[in-house]
Design a protein around this ligand. Sequence first.
Ligand code: PAF
Length: 286
Amino acid sequence: MIVVRSVSELRRLVSEARHRSERVGLVPTMGAFHEGHVSLMRRAGQECGFVVVSLFVNPAQFNDAGDLARYPRDEAHDASLAEGAGVHVLYAPPVSVVYPDGFTTTVEVRGLSTPLEGVVRGTEHFRGVTTVVAKLFNMVQPDHAFFGQKDAQQALIIRRMVADLDIPVRIEICATVREPDGLAMSSRNALLDAEARARAPVLSRALFAASSLIARGETSASTALDAGRRLLADAGVDTEYFDVVSTVTLTSLERVSGEVLIVIAARVGNVRLIDNVLVHLGENAR
Ligand code: PAF
């Protein structure tokens, strides 16, 4: 595996892979790798002959300077995990390569960026995500790009951006990887203290309590959510949002029909966690 910091070196390696007729896969990340990232890398390796993982803690998507400063970083550890997962290039550019002096362009997906994370983190959050992902797509020019279902809103927004801007990349959304107690894997889990770590699985328990009712045929969103709310109250966790939303528009639903997304965000201790499950009325949750 080669660690690359410049666009010219990245393009040289990608172009050599193309001359070998290899398909190019990109896994965009902000580092602090866990099993969820590794599963995206492995999936990329199954579908593409040449795998690039980008590692860039993107300042433009943090609305809180403290959150950016606290974001876990360990490039040497990340590099060894990526190498073990069969990655060919770890692209870890400095901020000055991604946002050189005079940089003023942004990419914004209106509508989908506004609810849920947009309310809590501000629409600038997703503007930062879409701007950097559009840049990464132009830098790497991958055939496939891999994202986690855990960031469901982000995944939907990126699909929209790719469709709207005719970016020639296939977006692959991969299932959330969970700890044995159900906690969705996240780089932020490393910041949980022991007490918060013990309480954090209640987010997934609440999601699965609601989704199992819907899977058994419950059509009232509020009845399904109440089952989860009881668990959250018992664990003393206040949510920023816990809702049943449309998988297409992310708008809140009162009546469930077909497939819906159940989303949750909460602070547990000092750490902000998000999670979600997809469930089809009358069928098992994913
Ligand atoms: O999901 C993430 O880690 C980030 O939002 C992404 C897609 C790498 C953009 O910075």
